[in-house]
Design a protein around this ligand. Structure first.
Ligand SMILES: NC(=O)c1ccc[n+]([C@@H]2O[C@H](COP(=O)([O-])OP(=O)(O)OC[C@H]3O[C@@H](n4cnc5c(N)ncnc54)[C@H](O)[C@@H]3O)[C@@H](O)[C@H]2O)c1
Length: 397
């Protein structure tokens, strides 16, 4: 298992739990040491128990360097570079590291979210360097679609899409996953499997962009967007998603760029959806500024502002690519003696922001800005004299 992060480690624990020997590999010595003590470096329900059991029973061992195996899974990061281009250098580095160990009959699988054609690129790379293996190892792509917080369950029960570089590869990879996965295993080719992962997240992004676009129109047209969507969804074939302050996280806000970057002329809707969702965050930050100025003009003193939520979605502690965090940063760039209370009930402290308890922030603030619909915020009073900016529909839930 090349890469022992949010996806690689649970997958390693699952496979080792079925009494298959797993050599986990990570370039981070802290990760390797933690796992070898039977502990975990990431928060995920039931993971520590599974890792501790697998390590104690001798089926999981972590290393800094790869060991010879029969199957290699690549589960390393695939971030994007400047200009939103995908960065597959981690996949390349992990593949290069196992290159000398590969032998006839081996199975090589990429699970990292990857641009279309990555598996074929790795095929050319491997067979270019080891031509004697051409046609003698099996290579496939199998994306991961688990929900953080429910990974140990979904790893087993979700359907999987598995695409080989040829039929034999697909079949070998399907046989491998069938040992560990109860969900259906769908056969395809590598390019389709790569695209499938990107399309799943792009589809969500496009649908959220539609809701966010409606929220901008409704703001101008003086219509409550939440009520509008609820009513429109009474139509038996309409299902509009909820708007918010943007789109975040390391999947939906990232993966569409993997398509747009390679197919810019063809991916107009996907690209525009990214722009709309990014613009929505900018628009929210501008709205806060405008409200602040209005308040000062009306009351003759500067408002105290509560910025409620930093996470990228409700009830989690994950701030990656978070639009709420972006909005808070943007608002704080224009501080002019106003007092701000920054709230995130799911984390204890933050290295940049001083956090305030949510009820204290609500009590003290003149303007309350709901950025994330955390459950805690739903308990706060609704009929108050405060100016409320509700970007996540908390008052409509
Ligand atoms: N986290 C999710 O919910 C999720 C869901 C679906 C798909 N994915 C995709 O799965 C892939 C992995 O994501 P993650 O969240 O597990 O990432 P992560 O950052 O949590 O873990 C990746 C690990 O790989 C290690 N690593 C980097 N280079 C390496 C190398 N050359 N050899 C060995 N180890 C190396 C890192 O040190 C890190 O521990 C990404 O492509 C991601 O987009 C993630």
């Amino acid at each position: 298992m090349m890469g022992l992060g949010y996806i690689g480690l649970p997958t390693a624990a699952l496979i080792a739990g079925k009494k298959t020997m797993v050599n986990g590999v990570d370039v981070n010595p802290k990760v390797v040491n933690t796992i070898n003590q039977g502990k975990v470096h990431i928060v995920e329900p039931d993971l520590e128990e599974a890792v501790s059991k697998a390590v104690n029973e001798g089926f999981l061992k972590a290393h800094l360097e790869p060991k010879e195996a029969d199957a290699y899974l690549i589960v390393v990061p695939t971030p994007f570079k400047e200009k939103n281009e995908p960065d597959i250098s981690y996949v390349e580095a992990a593949t290069k590291a196992i290159l000398p160990l590969l032998k006839e009959g081996d199975l090589y699988i990429i699970e990292s979210t990857s641009p279309i054609g990555t598996t074929e690129k790795m095929k050319d790379f491997i067979f270019g360097a080891r031509p004697e293996l051409d046609g003698k190892i099996h290579m496939a792509y199998c994306p991961e679609r688990v929900l953080p917080g429910n990974v140990m369950y979904e790893l087993v029960h979700n359907d999987r899409v598995i695409g080989g570089i040829d039929k034999a590869s697909t079949e070998k990879a399907v046989a491998f996953y069938s040992e560990y996965v109860d969900g259906k295993l769908h056969h395809t080719n590598a390019r389709t499997a790569e695209m499938c992962k990107l399309v799943e997240n792009s589809s969500r992004d496009v649908q959220i962009a539609f809701a966010n676009e409606l929220s901008l129109i409704c703001d101008k047209a003086d219509i409550n967007v939440w009520e509008l969507i609820e009513l429109a969804n009474k139509h038996p074939r309409v299902n509009i998603l909820q708007p918010g302050c943007g789109v975040g996280g390391h999947c939906i806000a990232v993966d569409p760029y993997f398509i747009v970057s390679d197919y810019p002329m063809e991916s107009k809707i996907i690209g525009t959806a990214r722009e709309i969702n990014n613009y929505k965050s900018f628009w929210c930050a501008e709205k806060v500024q405008t409200e602040k100025l209005k308040f000062e003009l009306e009351h003759g003193y500067k408002p105290r502002v509560a910025l409620m939520g930093l996470a990228f979605k409700p009830n989690i502690d994950d701030l990656r690519e978070s639009p709420a965090k972006y909005i808070v940063q943007k608002v704080l760039q224009n501080v002019n003696n106003e007092e701000y209370f920054i709230v995130e009930p799911n984390i204890e402290s933050h290295h940049i922001f001083k956090l305030t308890d949510y009820s204290e922030a609500f009590k003290k603030a003149d303007i309350v800005v709901y950025l994330v619909a955390h459950d805690e915020f739903k308990e706060l009073p609704r009929d108050s004299s405060k100016k409320i900016l509700d970007f996540c529909g908390i008052l409509s839930r």
